[in-house]
Ligand binder design. Sequence first.
Ligand SMILES: C[S@@+](CC[C@H](N)C(=O)[O-])C[C@H]1O[C@@H](n2cnc3c(N)ncnc32)[C@H](O)[C@@H]1O
Ligand code: SF4
Length: 376
Amino acid sequence: MDKIGIYVHFPFCVKKCNYCNFNSYANKNDMQLKYFQALLSEIAMYKNEKVEVDTIFIGGGTPSVMFDGAVSTVISEIRKNFKVLESAEITIEANPNSITKTKIQEWKECGVNRVSIGLQSANANTLKLLGRTHTRQDYIQAIKDVQSAGIHNVNTDCLIGLPRQKLSDVRRMLGLVTKLDCSHISVYSLILEEDTPLFHMVNSRQVKLPKEEKVLGMYNFANKFLNEKGFVRYEVSNFSKDGFECKHNLNTWKMHSYLGFGAGAHGFFNNKRYSNVETIEDYIRIINISQKPIKETEKLTKTQMYEEFVMLGLRTKFGINIKHIQEIFGIDILKKYAEKITYFKKLGFVDIENGNLFVTDEGMPVLNKIILELVT
Ligand SMILES: C[S@@+](CC[C@H](N)C(=O)[O-])C[C@H]1O[C@@H](n2cnc3c(N)ncnc32)[C@H](O)[C@@H]1O
Ligand code: SF4
């Protein structure tokens, strides 16, 4: 039986952060129950798929703002309709100030074994500027509560490249996260998303973003600091202790299949990418007429599959397997891209080990250029 992942989207947030354009909504909590019921129906629509589930990712939005019992019932519904492996990794995303001891207990009892908490910044002024509703102390308490309940696979999301952020802020943030013994840390560079409040603040010069070289300095610092603390960068933005890599994301990057449930969720199944309708209202309406809420489906061509495979693979420390590419796509990359690979290798930007071509630490700042050269 094919192994797949499942992604479930909860699009509710207490407040919309100033930088975020994910499919998430504040002030729609009165729709939680109807959304939850629709989600259960959508999951049941896929019950005939003969697959085994090895990862579940409950993401958002903020799944931890859902009413008590919602997450465990959704996981039960998944178990009722699919064979979930005993060893499955089950992750939930949470915000520091919506995690309660009751919720943690519920998650633990229904098999959640990985919690991903969004800190973003440990600086009180920056948290305020970002429109976050929690404090540094809320984060510390949340991590401690999760760990004392016996969940030790814990991720923290951090942001770099923030307005007014200094290298010393990054040092303090990562110092805090590593002191609290997280097993996984994501360090994302801020993307200034159009039409977010932060976008307007930057455009009207109310705040300034650090220059590109400064952000690169923060990123290199994070890599060095986390390495010294026993973390390995296994993907551009993801660092983990040995054995704590996020299996769900690794599978996605390896282009394994996954089903996505919920408003705006994406899936990749039978070599087709699909995405669901985005608004909560449309999602509920379509499910209530017993249809799948799919907005778009795209069957990937072999070329598109190759491009995605190279792009996603080169973002990871494992890189791309040369023999594997020959077998799947019939492309001998060492021959087709001989000149470019030799050039990047000479500069120390890529290397080959055990039949895998990968981007080195030195090559990371020019990763996108390397990817582009190997897909055109
Ligand atoms: C969609 S959020 C869900 C998690 C949770 N609601 C939270 O805020 O912590 C997942 C992660 O995406 C990252 N993110 C959101 N907007 C971003 C942006 N504009 N640029 C870079 N990363 C972003 C944040 O680090 C966040 O933790
Ligand atoms: S960053 Fe998280 S909490 Fe903030 S709006 Fe986006 S999804 Fe919601």
